[in-house]
Ligand binder design. Structure first.
Ligand code: GLU
Length: 552
């Protein structure tokens, strides 16, 4: 037995599988050439940031567009940051935007796929096996430095203007003997396991980032921690082991990790793994006071993914929006392919912007308005029901009573050729639909200042006479125009403007009176369609009620 082997037995006395065995348990994936295996690897903090959703979305699209695999791994090695049901928050957050992983964690207690466990806390033995293999190779050692010693070094390095950290001459235990280690361990001293970094200050590493392009950085020289004193791996080490064994081809993640790439590549190297391709996504930015800053969890409600579900941006619209900020050629593609499902767009990592995408709620609203206008009445109804069930229960209980009726309410002006663009998000639905439901509508009417009261009473009284159950959309307006002329109103606003003294008003004023009588509002979608939905009896009741109101 070599001293390194003795050291390995000392540090890992319990039975462990060998790396070779793990290689067999997790063989290379059988996928077509060029298929991307990507993942989303959040900590279970329950909070899904829009940047996280964006990263997950990009990783999923990259995998999908190459017939690859996208999986969800939960990185729960930092117990301090964890919250109860944190996994549920993430899984549901992703799911509410249609991002389902092909494998990995699917709920608080379940996983699917052959490359698991996909939760880091269940992988302790795997990390230990690989850590042990590094000790055997003389590439890892126990470090007994105390917090105080580490701060002393830091102070010394600062004073001498040296790079901070545990490396080279400062790495006090990098050549510790088996005997010394044994003595310290036997006397109960705590230690961490460190990498004995083979890096040198003179060397540079080069890699091609899928988004940022060619990158050169100094090689890692730090003896970074592999396992903490409680035996839990650091992110760096777990990343290399997991992404290797899960056969990840592409690590797509936030660019806060770019500075750690030298450490990661060194781990892949010393462990004898092929390194994945890296693609680092710049953070989502927000414009403020003429400048740009990162979207902040603390300051911006729209940083949380839950915000979009709460206000009811349809998931399809958010996905459309994410695609426009992800790939600069998406908008153009969408214009030429208005009806094609976005999954058919060929997504490419290399078209991602190197600088941070600017998150723009106005643009999202615009996209959302267009998107909603393309939905069918059934789709809108389903989405409004789903949104209101959680976010507007009273409204939900009213609109869910008669779903056919609700479909016709949301079906107004939803035609193929020129659909009305009105709703931006579902939290506008209660206001939009209010007057269609007697339980919701307060029956107030905005008649003020349209015409003198007696004239409005006259219009409504005459309108009752001409409104028929069976008229078509084409017949309806000419009848109103005819009635307007008979009552002394100009047949068009233009005509009125030329000689206002000749008329009581114009046909637009007459329509306004009818509109307010029926809907309470000055503005509404197509009045004919509204009346068709409400039905003859209800329209008549509302006209009568208005006459009464105006007569008071
Ligand atoms: N757990 C890391 C994070 O949440 C994952 C980074 C990665 O994707 O590798 O930032």
């Amino acid at each position: 037995m070599t001293d390194f082997e003795k050291m390995a037995e000392l540090l890992f006395p319990a039975e462990l599988k060998t790396p070779e065995e793990y290689e067999k348990i997790y063989p290379p994936r059988d996928l077509p050439e060029g298929a991307i295996v990507s993942r989303f690897a959040p900590s279970p903090t329950g909070f899904l940031h829009i940047g996280g959703l964006f990263a997950a979305f990009v990783a999923q699209r990259a995998a999908k567009s190459s017939d690859g695999v996208f999986y969800l791994r939960i990185e729960d090695t930092d117990k301090k940051r964890e919250v109860e049901n944190g996994v549920t928050g993430i899984v549901n957050g992703l799911r509410s935007f249609g991002i389902e992983a092909d494998e990995g964690v699917i709920s608080e207690t379940e996983e699917t796929g052959k490359y698991g466990p996909y939760t880091q806390s269940s992988r302790a033995d795997i990390y230990r096996a690989y850590a042990k293999s590094l000790v055997i190779k003389g590439l890892a050692y126990p470090c007994f430095m105390t917090e105080d010693e580490l701060s002393d070094i830091r102070r010394k390095q600062e004073a001498e203007k040296k790079n901070p950290g545990c490396y080279g001459e400062y790495a006090k235990y990098r050549n510790i003997t088996f005997e010394e280690a044994k003595k310290r361990i036997d006397s109960g001293e705590e230690y961490v396991l460190r990498l004995k970094s083979p890096g040198s200050e003179e060397n540079k590493i080069h890699f091609t980032d899928g988004i940022k392009g060619e990158i050169e950085m100094p090689e890692n020289i730090q003896d970074v921690v592999i396992l903490k004193s409680d035996g839990i791996p650091t992110y760096h080490f777990a990343h290399a082991v997991d992404d290797h064994l899960m056969r990840t081809t592409d690590v797509i993640r936030g660019d806060e990790w770019i500075s750690s790439v030298p450490i990661h590549l060194q781990f892949f190297d010393v462990l004898g793994f092929k390194a994945p391709r890296y693609s680092h996504i710049s953070p989502i930015m927000k414009e403020e006071d003429g400048g740009k800053r990162k979207l902040s969890k603390r300051k911006d409600p729209e940083a949380a993914v839950s915000y979009y579900s709460k206000v009811g941006f349809p998931k399809g619209a958010v996905i459309e929006y994410l695609l426009t900020i992800a790939n600069s050629n998406y908008e153009e593609w969408r214009e030429s392919n208005p009806k094609t499902p976005n999954e058919e767009f060929s997504f490419s990592l290399s078209k991602m912007s190197k600088a941070g995408a600017l998150f723009d709620l106005v643009k999202l609203s615009d996209i959302s308005k267009n998107y909603i206008s393309t939905l069918t009445r059934e789709q809108v109804t389903d989405e409004v029901l789903e949104w209101s069930r959680d976010n507007a229960p009273e409204f939900f209980s009213v609109i869910s009573k008669d779903i056919d009726y609700t479909r016709s309410v949301f079906g107004i002006e939803r035609n193929e050729i020129k659909p009305r663009k009105e709703l931006v998000k579902w939290d506008e639905a209660p206001h939009y639909a209010e007057y269609f439901y007697n339980e919701l509508w307060d029956r107030s009417r905005d008649f003020d200042g349209i015409l003198p009261k007696e004239d409005m009473i006259e219009i409504l009284t005459e309108y009752k006479k001409i409104y028929s159950k069976s008229e078509t959309a084409e017949e309806w307006f000419p009848k109103i125009r005819e009635m307007s002329v008979a009552l002394g109103y100009a047949k068009a606003p233009k005509v009125y403007k030329k000689n206002p003294e000749l008329y009581k008003g114009h046909v637009g004023d007459v329509s306004s009176v009818i509109r307010v009588a029926v809907t309470g509002r000055r503005n509404s979608p197509d009045l004919y369609e509204i009346m068709q939905v409400l039905g003859y009896n209800e329209v008549m009741r509302r006209v009568d009620e208005s006459i009464e109101l105006l007569s008071k």
